[in-house]
Ligand binder design. Structure first.
Ligand SMILES: [Zn+2]
Ligand SMILES: [Zn+2]
Ligand SMILES: [Zn+2]
Ligand SMILES: [Zn+2]
Length: 732
């Protein structure tokens, strides 16, 4: 690691005055007690949940019961009551697996014995629906036994419940004798994860056998295809070494595997870490959360990405494991390695990622070092991380010695924080948001950042502003697919963020230099005419050849066409553009008030004007035609609507690439309208068949693009598959 960073770190951490300042800050973050469990809060939320439940608001009651579960202290009766109530809401919502889990947890955490029969009955109902009749019989028998033990119940009520149980028992037994097929509900994580095309690589963990990891002085470590690779092939499927969920996503994603959940299981000790399952809770506790719990997360939230630096160290094993690791690392010295990565214990790959500590600006270096010191002090004073041996030293004794294990851990944290600046990878999810109380058909989708992760294998790819792969995520897994055909011997490039379709060349170069310390020489960066590709989509129209006016500034009143070199006066064009803009706004207002015919008129006028002054791929032309399509569709003129959407497609393809998700979304819209249009024609007529064929082609193309970008868990792909089925039925 950078010598300067290490020296700074040890000097700071061994300095008592500095330590005291940092400890004060840590103490301050620890004064926040939001993380603490509270029986009274839990009880308050449970009562609110009950009110919702009585009004049959199952989703509302679930939310409050979850709050109650999260706040209830470990092994308290309050916890068991919250879990039992939540299991009822889950049953109503059809979430039977979660319901069964909550019932088991409620029974474990001291649910009142006199009420046990209720939970066993609910369990039997779940099992019946899931066709698990053998267990159903067992649950009913338990319910019977518990009912016998129940006092304070009127005899009539008791005997009525007994009769119900008898009935259910005979029903379940008859189902059992039929031997009905047990439903193998396999929504498990593994079945959703795609398989590597060409099989696993034995020498490059998480990579396809079609890839080689190479090294040259100039390119550093980089990834090359060792055979011809086809678009859509899966090249990496990587589990991150570590990741941390962003604080604003805590209430939606498992702390340990990043899956989203309906009813989380909370940490035993705090209200912050929530999990999709008990298994995740246990694993998280064993591997890292025991040192992040008890208010630790309050501190960790205040330091952003550095949290992941600490997590990497914690996940790398206990102190003896780490000492062992460094001894082996020294022994192997500079031996050449012919394999990269180890799915069992991948710390070596992480440890050796570049950190650029020596290239960093001094203020950044200082900030990271201070954060690393603070995290080390936190581990010393607030956790038992360093107390692995019986007679281990006190924090103050440990902090006397430059060579002590404390300084080693501090240096590791610093190293990983620095690495994350260029190796940290955002885990994103596509989020659909529906407007409140409005047309549920009109939703918007956006990429939401869920977590920050570290993927040592995928990190080996170099950057290009025009990459040949595309990243997607399934929970914590990174899936890398080829988005172009890649020839044998060609390098495989990722895009670190600055993409030529979204950013100008100067902006890209600045971003790459400041964060990754290199000058990009990729194709769009070195090819003339490609550097400012995205400006074509906001260009004015050349009156002579209909090309884009790109050179010169708008303030000079004259601009030059980049296709024919003609220098055009732009005052007239700009005037038209303004007028068109006003018309567009009037159209939007008309649409809002429900006057669709008026809106249509305005958008048509706007479109006419914009065609006179804007380059054919201009974004504003696209949005205008999109509004026209919407108006026609609302008026029931699906044929016209289809025509409009077909006009947009080439511009979207040019701007975002023909296999982009933007094109897929456009095709999604187009296929909706096309399907409506088919139904306007009489079944089996030539027009009907022709339109059916076109719609099928459209759906097939969208499906291919969605499959390239996502897996079966994606809602866009599910929509397309549904339409595929719909179209098949329309010709039967
Ligand atoms: Zn999980
Ligand atoms: Zn906790
Ligand atoms: Zn570039
Ligand atoms: Zn021209």
């Amino acid at each position: 690691m950078g010598k300067s960073g290490y020296l700074l770190l040890t000097n700071l951490i061994l300095n008592i005055c500095f330590r005291e300042k940092l400890l004060e800050w840590i103490k301050y973050t620890q004064s926040n007690t939001e993380w603490m469990k509270s029986a009274s809060m839990a009880s308050k939320f449970r009562v609110q949940g009950n009110e919702k439940f009585k009004k049959c608001d199952d989703a509302g009651s679930l939310a409050f019961y979850t709050k109650s579960v999260v706040n209830a202290p470990r092994d308290s009766e309050e916890l068991s009551l919250a879990l039992a109530n939540r299991s009822a809401a889950l049953f109503h919502l059809g979430a039977y697996q979660e319901c069964l889990r909550d019932i088991a947890l409620a029974l474990q955490s001291g649910y009142p014995t006199s009420l046990h029969y209720k939970l066993y009955l609910r369990r039997s109902q779940c099992l019946s629906i899931l066709n698990r009749h053998k267990e159903e019989v067992e649950a009913l028998q338990s319910a019977q036994k518990c009912l016998e033990l129940t006092r304070n119940m009127s005899l009539s009520k008791k005997s009525s419940i007994e009769r119900d149980i008898e009935l259910a028992l005979s029903e379940a037994s008859s189902q059992l004798s039929i031997g009905s097929i047990q439903s193998a509900s396999d929504g498990s994580e593994v079945s959703c994860i795609p398989v590597l095309t060409y099989g696993e690589n034995q020498r490059f963990a998480y990579a396809s056998a079609a890839l080689d990891l190479r090294y040259t002085e100039e390119q550093g470590r980089h990834v090359v295809a060792n055979r011809d690779v086809k678009m859509g092939d899966t090249l990496f499927v990587e589990r991150p070494y570590a990741f941390v969920v962003l604080p604003d996503q805590y209430r939606a994603h498992c702390h340990n595997c990043c899956a989203s959940y309906t009813a989380p299981v909370p940490c035993w000790e705090c209200t912050l870490a929530l999990y999709c399952s008990e298994a995740c809770r246990q694993e998280s506790w064993d591997l890292y959360h025991q040192w992040e719990c008890h208010g630790g997360l309050e501190l960790l939230h205040s330091i952003g990405i550095a949290h992941l630096g600490l997590r990497v160290v914690l996940k790398s094993g206990s102190l003896p494991t780490l000492k062992d690791f460094f001894t082996k690392l020294q022994e192997s010295g500079s031996q050449l390695q012919d394999t990269y990565g180890d799915k069992q214990y991948n710390y070596k790959a992480v440890y050796q990622l570049v950190s650029h500590l020596d290239d960093m600006k001094l203020e950044d270096l200082f900030q990271y070092t201070m954060t690393a010191c603070m995290l080390t002090l936190y581990l010393c004073h607030y956790t038992d991380y360093f107390k692995v041996e019986e007679n281990s030293l006190s924090p103050d004794e440990l902090l006397q010695d430059r060579k002590s294990v404390v300084c080693l851990v501090g240096a590791m944290i610093l190293r990983h924080i620095a690495q994350l600046v260029c190796n940290g990878h955002a885990i994103t999810k596509l989020d659909r948001t529906f407007p409140e109380n409005e047309n549920k058909e009109v939703w918007t989708e956006r990429q939401v950042r869920i977590a920050t992760a570290i993927y040592p294998s995928a990190s080996m790819m170099n950057h290009s502003c025009d990459p040949n792969i595309i990243n997607s995520f399934y929970n914590q897994y990174l899936i890398v697919r080829a988005c172009k055909d890649i020839s044998k011997g060609e390098e495989v490039f990722n895009c670190y963020g600055p993409h030529f379709r979204h950013m100008g060349s100067q902006e890209r170069q600045e971003a790459l230099r400041s964060q990754y310390f290199f000058i990009c020489t990729c194709r769009p960066c070195s090819l003339s005419g490609q550097q400012d590709f995205q400006e074509r989509f906001s260009a004015l129209l050349c009156p002579k050849c209909s090309g884009p006016l790109l050179e010169g500034s708008e303030s000079s009143r004259h601009m030059t066409c980049s296709d024919c070199g003609h220098s055009a006066s732009i005052s007239g064009l700009i005037e038209n553009a303004f007028q068109a803009h006003a018309l567009f706004n009037e159209g939007v207002v008309a649409l809002d008030t429900g006057d669709i015919k008026q809106a249509l008129k305005k958008f048509e006028a706007c479109w006419y004007l914009r065609q006179q002054c804007l380059y054919r791929s201009h974004k504003d032309l696209t949005t205008c035609v999109d509004q026209l399509a919407k108006c026609y569709s609302m008026l029931g003129d699906y044929g016209r609507s289809v025509e409009c959407l077909l006009l947009i497609l080439p511009a979207v393809e040019e701007q975002f690439g023909s296999n982009s998700i933007e094109v897929a979304n456009e095709l999604q819209k187009l296929s909706d309208v096309m399907i409506c249009d088919i139904s306007d024609h009489s079944l089996g007529s030539a027009a009907y068949l022709e339109k059916h064929k076109k719609a099928t082609e459209c759906v097939q193309r969208a499906k291919r693009i969605f499959e390239l970008h996502y897996g079966i868990w994606n809602t866009g792909l599910q929509d397309i598959l549904y339409k595929e089925g719909q179209l098949e039925q329309m010709v039967m």
